[in-house]
Design a protein around this ligand. Sequence first.
Ligand code: HEM
Length: 99
Amino acid sequence: MIVSSNLTPGKNGLKGWTADDVVNVLKKGIDKDGNALCPPMPFGPNGAFGGLTASDALDIATYITTLAPADSDIIPLCVAPAAPPAGGASSGGAPGAAV
Ligand code: HEM
């Protein structure tokens, strides 16, 4: 099963994330710890979110950082596939990589 992440600063969420960290997810598909994300979020240079302007990405990210904490017992367990070569496949990665 594919599940999204808790985007609030609650349990299993984005505690300590800055707006720039969220921008990096949207524009680059890289999380706060420098790890690649799993699909199906359309992140990164080859995904829809990669086409956001810097200003729009920052606006979305700034909003995300204002969310009140809500706890989640869901722990994302996916391990992202290796990044495709530059200019290679889409950001989607291998289907079904998430659990
Ligand atoms: C503006 C809209 C969105 C924002 C701001 C957003 C933000 C984020 C962020 C910051 C993370 C990283 C969380 C972490 O590493 O702990 C994340 C993960 C994730 N998002 Fe999104 N997201 C958005 C839309 C979507 C959409 C449209 C989908 C699915 C179609 C999606 C699916 C996921 C999934 C499955 C993960 C977990 C990926 C992993 O654990 O590697 N997101 N999202």
